[in-house]
Design a protein around this ligand. Sequence first.
Ligand code: SF4
Length: 306
Amino acid sequence: MWNDKNYHTLDYEMKKIFGEKAIKLSIDGNFTCPNRDGTISCRGCIFCSERGSGDFNSDKNKSITEQIEEQKQIMSKKWKSSTYIAYFQNYTNTYDTVENLRKKFYEALNCENIKGLAIATRPDCIDFEVLKLLEELNSKTFLWVELGLQSINDKTADFLRRGYKTEKFDKTYEQLKNKKIRTVVHLIFGIPGETKTQMLDSVKYVSEKNVWGVKLHMLHVLKNTDLAEYYEKTKFKILSLAEYVEIVCDALELLRPETVIHRLTGDGKKSELIEPLWTLHKLKVLSDIDKELKIRESRQGKKLPL
Ligand code: SF4
């Protein structure tokens, strides 16, 4: 249904829209996060790394234009395409004055061949003014907004120190939806204390909400995080590759065919990663997911209606 895949990949969707591969350029907008600057907390989410959950090599001290040009150079060695999406990834990319946000987003949009914007943020950092700016950007370019929900279970959210209730996610998601702004929701599997049923409850929830896109992650234990300390103390259970593949395939079967799958496995830096080490073999993880779907004779949305 989606070229050679049994699920609706971002690559498939981008080629359908732009006629060629869209390359995401990761930008560090030099923002912070209310969960780190003391507004909600100083310690951040338990798994969050020093770079604000955006571990790549962009330099926040460079201008947006410089970062984009640098990233284009790097990416052009890997792929030939003239369609780029500027991805504001680190920390909370709507946590600033609207004037500063506007300046940074338009600077990105004015760079050559930037055909879209991806903005990662938190649902409690989209107020009326920010929503208006997002609506304006959405009318000018191909925009999506990413929200790190991780789990719908508020107890799990407390463990993660997410800093907002699922109810807040609901409200913001509905506001974005009403403005026809595409939303990508992040979910994490393998959080200590969560059962498989709870993980799949989060998947069913976002499926019912009919979100535009989903990113599925395995929980990474990274060095110098509070999660690393917690792991050291408790040695909580880490999902095996086989367990993760099974949960991802179950999740795909519950997601609507039109939902775009942005990610099925994470990109933890080898030098930073404590567990699970199998996530370093990204191609194997993806190929095992493909194999499992084939064995099941299954595909995204197979188990719908819910
Ligand atoms: S919301 Fe994002 S940037 Fe902020 S502490 Fe959590 S993971 Fe880190």
